[in-house]
Design a protein around this ligand. Structure first.
Ligand code: HEM
Length: 197
């Protein structure tokens, strides 16, 4: 298991598979084209979440529960971030179709907040090499530390909005995934971490 997780390609393949399966599931479950596009947008966002959480928590997991698996996750943290960027690129395509064709009129706050998150996701992906890390020095760490918390914030804000919304199904999803996001941040920030990240 840990040797499979230690392969560079594993997170990328999982990100691609998760995004494509989410699109296919939305396509099969939706009754008409608009509903299919909506479900694909919703489920592609959800598909990227586990990959984001692995990158977000990799160093915390090694510190709290050191094992061959948690060490393999930390060694491949950049690839987990790239796998998340891949899955979220599929979210971008799905939501582009959804927002432009079927459900225009989103608030400018959500477009700016989500749009900035995409700028940060791609900046982090493009600078995820040792060369860029050396070149940017302290700014690399600032970008990646700010970026990972900003993406956490957008996920959490999206689910918090659903948790307090009127639709009971979306409310349940918002409470479940919003709680997971808050628990992940608490685990990451809880005192006693020794491994930087
Ligand atoms: C301008 C950029 C973005 C737009 C226009 C957008 C649009 C959408 C749309 C149309 C949905 C489906 C809504 C529904 O049917 O309930 C959705 C769901 C979602 N999006 Fe995005 N999105 C953007 C960026 C992002 C980013 C960057 C993140 C995370 C970092 C994100 C996280 C989510 C989450 C968590 C959901 C709900 C998934 C679920 O129900 O489990 N979105 N978004």
């Amino acid at each position: 298991m840990s040797s499979w997780l230690d392969r560079r390609a594993t997170p990328l393949l999982l990100g691609l598979a998760a995004g494509l399966i989410a699109v296919a599931a939305g396509w099969l479950a939706g009754g008409d084209a608009a509903e299919r596009a909506g479900l694909a947008a919703r489920w592609t966002a959800r598909a990227g979440l586990p990959l984001f959480l692995v990158a977000f928590l990799a160093s915390t997991l090694v510190h709290r529960w050191p094992s061959p698996i948690s060490r393999a996750l930390l060694r491949r943290r950049r690839q987990w971030g790239l796998g998340f960027a891949l899955a979220h690129t599929i979210h971008l395509v799905a939501l582009g179709i959804n927002v432009i064709v079927y459900a225009p009129g989103r608030t400018w706050q959500s477009l700016i907040g989500g749009g900035l998150a995409y700028v940060i996701i791609y900046l982090m992906a493009l600078t995820s090499t040792d060369g860029w890390q050396r070149r940017l020095g302290l700014w690399w760490r600032r970008l990646h530390l700010f970026g990972i918390h900003y993406i956490w914030f957008i996920f959490t804000a999206s689910y918090a909005g659903r948790a307090f919304g009127a639709d009971p199904d979306k409310r349940a999803v918002g409470i479940l995934f919003g709680s997971i996001m808050v628990a992940a941040l608490a685990l990451r920030l809880w005192p006693g971490r020794r491994v930087a990240g």
